[in-house]
Design a protein around this ligand. Sequence first.
Ligand SMILES: *Cc1c(COP(=O)(O)O)cnc(C)c1O
Length: 226
Amino acid sequence: MSSIADNIDAIRQRVALAAERAGRSPSDVELLAVSKTFPVEQIQEAADAGQLLFGENKVQELLAKQPLLSSKLRWHLIGHLQSNKVRKCLSVVDAIHSVDSIDLARDINRIASELGLFPKVYLEVNLAAESTKYGFKPEHLKQSLDELYSLDRLFIQGLMCIPPFDANAENTRHYFVVLRELRDELQIQGGAPLPKLSMGMSHDFEVAIEEGSTIVRVGSAIFGSR
Ligand SMILES: *Cc1c(COP(=O)(O)O)cnc(C)c1O
C-alpha cells in the first residue's frame, strides 16, 4: 500500500505532466487535497509531505478539524453552504468553491461586510442541469452576472464544476471545455477577468488540466477510498 506522501508525490508529477502537455506551467495548477471524511492524523501526514491546501465539503467538519492542525494549513470549502453557516465558514476558510445561488452570494457578501472580509469565491455551475446537484445554470449565471459583480465584498476568482461522474475521464472532457468557454464569455460580458477554473477530481484531473483547470480537487487518489 502506498503512503499519503507517495500519493501526493505521484499526483504532483501527473499534474506537472498534464500541464506540460497543454503548454502550461505546472505552477499554474494548484492541488487541493480533499480531506473530507478522513481523520486529522491523515491530514497531518499530508501536511508533513508539504501539502498545505485542503478542501472540505462540510462546515461542521472543517470547524472540527481546523483547530487541531497547524495554522499554516489553508482551507477551502467545496460543498454546498447553508446560509446559517456562512458566518462560521468565513472565519476559517481561504476560499469558497461552492457559491451556487444568487441568494447565497448575497448572504456571503453581507456577512463578509460585517466581518470586514473579502472572501475568495468561485461560482459553481451545474453544467448538465442535474436536479441532484447545486449550481447556477449557465443562462442564469449570465443573467446574474451584473448583480454578482455589484457584491463588492466578493473576490470572484472564477468558475467551478462537478460534472456527472464517468469512470472514463475522456467522456468528461466536454464539460471542462464548456466551463472554460462559459468563463471566456462571462469575461467579455462582465469586462473583468475570471482567471480561475476549479475543475478535476481524482479520476479526471489530468483531462481537466489539459482544458485549463487552475485548481484540481483530489481526495481519494491521495487519502484512499472513502
Ligand atoms: C469529494 C469531492 C472531491 C474529491 O473527489 P475524489 O473523487 O475523492 O477526488 C472533489 N470535489 C468535490 C466538490 C467533492 O465533494
